[in-house]
Structure formats: C-alpha cells, structure tokens
Design a binder for this molecule. Sequence first.
Ligand SMILES: [Zn+2]
Length: 127
Amino acid sequence: MDTRIDPWRILNAGVGDIHVIRNAGALVTDDVERSLVLSQRELQTTRVDLIMHTECGVLNLDEAALNARLAEDGADPIRTGTFSDLEAELRRGVALLRANPALKTRSAIRGYLYDLSASNLRLVVDA
Ligand SMILES: [Zn+2]
C-alpha cells in the first residue's frame, strides 16, 4: 500500500506483465489468497513474489491506540495485522501461501524485502 513503492519499477515490469495485489502490511489475507487463486487458475500466472518493505507502517503499529480512537468515534475495533519482526512475518506469509493447495505453483513462491532507503529488493525466502 505504501505510496513510495512502484511495484512495476522495482520488478522491471510493464503494464500488463504482472498482477499486483496490495494491502497494508503486505499481509496474506483471505482476499489476497482469493485473488492469487484467480490469478493462477483463471489467468495462468506461474509465480508469486511476496514483497514486504522497510519502514512499513504496520510494523509495530499500536493497535490498541488505533482501536481506542475508533471506539471514540463509535466504530468497531479492527485487527490491524501488526507485527514486530519484518522477516519473520515475510516467512510466515510465504508459508501460508505454500500451504494453500488452491495455488497451482506453490514451488514458485518467493519472499522479498524491499529496502526503501537503499531502493533495493532482497530475496529472503527462495523457492
Ligand atoms: Zn507497508
């Protein structure tokens, strides 16, 4: 979701080359898995690159404080998916995807960390 990241540029891809599924934290949610299943089963994509990044707003997010502010506005609390270890969360996300039998190419799921200050993409979990 981070506005500082252009997935097409960092993956050296053009319009029409890749599906980009984004959310706060790059978390593997039900809807991410739904989209990936459609990407692979209906549109024949053959790999998944899960990319998390440094300086992520979900990293160490204060969920209790956010939910207190939501409560003040009469809104229900949310689960933010906050995490404290970027690489551990990346490995967890890759493992979740690899465990999903609906994904056709589970052997081609990799995890990357994008370093915003260095503008570089580092492979953390190889296929
Ligand atoms: Zn982020």
